[in-house]
Design a protein around this ligand. Structure first.
Ligand SMILES: Cc1ncc(COP(=O)(O)O)c(C=O)c1O
Length: 390
């Protein structure tokens, strides 16, 4: 198999820590049964792991009640539960142009088919939204503010604490998409004034694909938009109202929970701050290696404070897809080009007209040596492009 320099960790982290693979294999071979459905020992063991992981995640996000930590299949799934479960016809929602399609599309569907009004707050030249722009859009019928914590395109981290404070003052539910930030920077339900958060397990939380979830603060009730088996009170004809069953439907992905459990333990062992510092050191190395090159455009990489390890650029005159293909074929470097499922970011940057941009996503297993190879590769592509266009 060809050896890659994997710089697509914003799409999914790869590889996972060895402990994650090992524990998933061990757990699934020994306890891979349906939790909460029966009383035999294996089933109880599986249930214990699920409950332990709920407790760990609740503590990780500084929530209060592990029962309000519900598992889903990824953050798209969790965000759909939140958006469709909190908004109804006649409501108004506020979001930002930084959002991923997992927020934009549910909101657009509600606008198109259910008469929900949506306002989009733009970001400034540095890639940040202004918390004061939110109250300016508040209306009597505003029922949700939903914001992407860390941009999967620009890497900028939004001032969610400030936005949350403004929402709390008006009693408007505030939801945050932590898909890119969870596992990279601290997130605190209390201090950050969050009402609901959605997370995905396969990115910086270092678990496998197919597992994610949401935490719902006490006092926020998300309506059912699905119904099904829960393993308890089977005679009841409607879906259960109490958490976590309220937002969990059918058999859980216990293999995913096991991987996420091991990923979280790995993060806690290393320390969130140490992981983030190492990733930002590499992001700075990348930025500094490329910022003064003529023939390359960087987007929102000037100031790496309030930033995660996402690096966006274009080689001038070359389509992003071509740059990614050359990086792959000639240098074995995995990157992601295009619109990154966040079309409004590219619309605002103007990169939608040139097929988007190229993204490097740095993870905990990248090294200085790999970054140096990536810098040299991009420099060579720029030089080649200049020779071509003369
Ligand atoms: C900011 C953001 N939100 C949501 C998602 C969706 O994550 P998932 O595909 O795991 O549902 C992503 C994935 O790239 C993301 O970057």
């Amino acid at each position: 198999m060809k050896k890659y320099i994997f710089l697509d960790n914003s799409a999914t982290s790869f590889p996972k820590p060895a402990e994650v693979y090992k524990f998933m294999d061990y757990f699934y071979r020994n306890f891979g049964v349906n939790p909460g459905r029966s009383g035999y020992d294996l089933c109880l063991e599986t249930g214990s792991l699920v409950e332990e992981t709920r407790r760990m995640l609740t503590a990780f996000f500084n929530g209060k009640d592990p029962n309000r930590l519900c598992f889903s299949y990824n953050s798209t799934d969790a965000l759909n539960l939140i958006i469709f479960g909190l908004l109804k016809e006649g409501d108004h929602a506020i979001t930002t142009t930084l959002e991923h399609n997992s927020v934009l599309r549910p909101l657009h569907h509600l606008w198109k088919y259910s008469g929900v009004e949506v306002d989009y707050i733009p970001f400034n030249r540095q890639g940040f939204v202004d918390p004061d722009d939110f109250p300016r859009k508040f209306k009597k019928n505003t029922r949700l503010v939903i914001v992407n914590h860390a941009s999967n395109v620009l890497g900028t981290v939004q001032a969610i604490r400030e936005i949350g404070r403004r929402c709390r003052e008006r009693g408007i539910p505030f939801a945050v998409d932590t898909s890119q930030s969870a596992g990279k920077i601290p997130i605190d339900m209390d201090k950050d004034n969050l009402d609901v958060l959605a997370f995905t397990g396969h990115k910086s939380l270092l678990g496998p694909t197919g597992i994610g979830g949401l935490y719902v603060r006490e006092g926020i009730e998300i309506r059912h938009t699905r119904a099904g088996g829960t393993g308890v009170r089977s005679a009841q004809r409607t879906h259960l109202d109490e958490y976590p069953y309220r937002l969990e439907y059918g058999t859980l992905n216990v293999l995913g929970v096991a991987g996420l459990n091991a990923g979280l333990k790995w993060i806690e062992n290393k320390g969130l701050q140490a992981i983030h510092e190492q990733e930002m050191k590499l992001t700075t190395q990348l930025r500094d290696g490329l910022k003064d090159i003529e023939g390359i455009t960087l987007y929102c990489q000037d100031n790496l404070i309030d930033h995660i390890s996402v690096f966006l650029f274009n080689v001038d005159g070359l389509d992003a897809l071509n740059t990614s293909t050359i990086l792959d074929v000639d240098y074995n470097i995995a990157s992601r080009s295009g619109l990154h499922c966040a079309p409004l970011v590219h619309e605002q940057l103007g990169t939608d007209k040139i097929e988007g941009a190229v993204r490097f996503g740095i993870g905990p297993f990248n090294t200085e040596e790999e970054i140096q190879i990536a810098v040299e590769a991009v420099k060579e592509i720029v030089a080649f492009q200049k020779r071509k266009t003369g």
